[in-house]
Design a protein. Structure first.
Length: 277
C-alpha cells in the first residue's frame, strides 16, 4: 500500500530535512511525509486515519521516560486514506525548522481510524492511547538535522499489520471488525534507497496485485503490491543486502537473493512470474 510521507505516504511516512535559503542560526529544516505498506485491497474500499499531532525527540534529551522532552513539529487535524498512498505515492505532514542535532524518536497522535469494506460497511477502530500518549516511532539510524540544510524522512505505515481483521478476512461479509495495532517504520532518506520495477507474466502481460516482500534474514523490512500496470515501489530502504519474494495466486512464487540497496540510489527490478503447473 501506499506509503505516507511526512509527507505521509502503506505499508510509510516520509520526513524531509532539505536545504533552505533562509534559516535561523543553529536550525535546519525538517519535512515529514507519510506512505503506506500493502493491505488486501480487494476487500477494502478505504482505510482512513486522522492525525492530530506529531512530536520529535532529540537524542540524549531523555534521562528517564518521564523526563523526555519532545518538540511539536506539526499540530492540527488531517485525515489520510492510506490506500491512496501506495507504490511511491506520499503525502506531506510536516515541514518545519528545528534545532540542529540528532533525533531518535517520533511520537504520532492518531485521533481515529475508519475502514470501509467493499460491501459498504464502515468500521470505526479504537486507537488505544494513540490520541492521548501518542504512538512511538523509533528512528534507526538516527536522523541528523544540520544547520541550513533540509533533511527528509519517511514514515511507513504498515496497514496490513496495523489493522488486524476480526472474523473471516476472505470475504467482506465475514469481517466482524478490526483491531488497531499500529506498525510504523521511520526511515531516514539520507541513508536509504529505493527499489522499484514492474511485474509481468511469461507473455509480457502486466500483473496487478502481486505481493512483493523484501527481507533481511527472516524480517520483512517493507512490502508492496503491484498496481494495474504491474508497477511497484518500495521507499526508504536502509542500505544493505536483501532477499525478495513475489507471490500471486495461480503463479509460482518468485524468490531473489543478493539485492543490494545503496543510500540515495534507485534500483530497478523487472520481475517475471510463471503459471503454476
Amino acid at each position: 500500500m501506499k506509503k505516507i510521507l511526512l509527507t505521509f505516504a502503506v505499508a510509510a511516512l516520509m520526513l524531509f530535512f532539505a536545504a533552505c535559503d533562509k534559516t535561523n542560526d543553529g536550525y535546519g529544516r525538517l519535512i515529514v511525509n507519510i506512505t503506506d505498506a500493502p493491505f488486501p485491497i480487494d476487500m477494502v474500499e478505504s482505510a482512513e486515519v486522522t492525525i492530530t499531532k506529531l512530536e520529535i525527540r532529540k537524542a540524549g534529551d531523555c534521562v528517564r521516560e518521564d523526563t523526555c522532552s519532545f518538540k511539536v513539529i506539526w499540530e492540527g487535524s488531517e485525515t489520510f486514506n492510506l490506500l491512496d498512498l501506495r507504490n511511491g505515492v506520499v503525502a506531506k505532514l510536516a515541514d518545519i525548522e528545528i534545532p540542529e542535532g540528532e533525533y531518535d524518536l517520533l511520537r504520532l497522535y492518531v485521533d481515529k481510524a475508519n475502514l470501509k469494506v467493499k460491501d459498504g460497511d464502515t468500521y470505526t477502530v479504537k486507537v488505544p492511547g494513540g490520541s492521548r500518549s501518542g504512538i512511538k516511532v523509533f528512528i534507526n539510524p538516527l536522523v541528523l538535522v544540520e544547520e541550513g540544510l533540509t533533511t527528509e524522512m519517511l514514515l511507513d505505515f504498515d496497514l496490513s499489520n496495523s489493522f488486524v481483521v476480526q472474523g473471516n478476512m476472505h470475504s467482506p461479509a465475514g469481517i466482524k471488525g478490526f483491531i488497531f495495532k499500529p506498525v510504523i517504520r521511520a526511515a531516514n532518506n539520507a541513508t536509504a534507497g529505493r527499489l522499484e520495477g514492474t511485474v509481468k507474466d511469461a507473455e509480457g502481460v502486466a500483473l496487478k496485485d502481486v505481493a512483493i516482500d523484501i527481507r533481511q534474514g527472516d524480517e520483512i523490512v517493507s512490502s508492496a503490491i503491484s498496481d494495474d500496470n504491474g508497477n511497484f515501489a518500495l521507499l526508504g530502504l536502509p542500505c544493505g543486502t536483501y532477499s525478495l519474494t513475489a507471490t500471486k495466486e495461480g503463479f509460482k512464487t518468485l524468490e531473489m537473493e543478493e539485492i543490494i540497496i545503496t543510500k540515495g540510489n534507485r534500483k530497478t527490478l523487472n520481475l517475471e512470474l510463471t503459471l503454476e503447473e
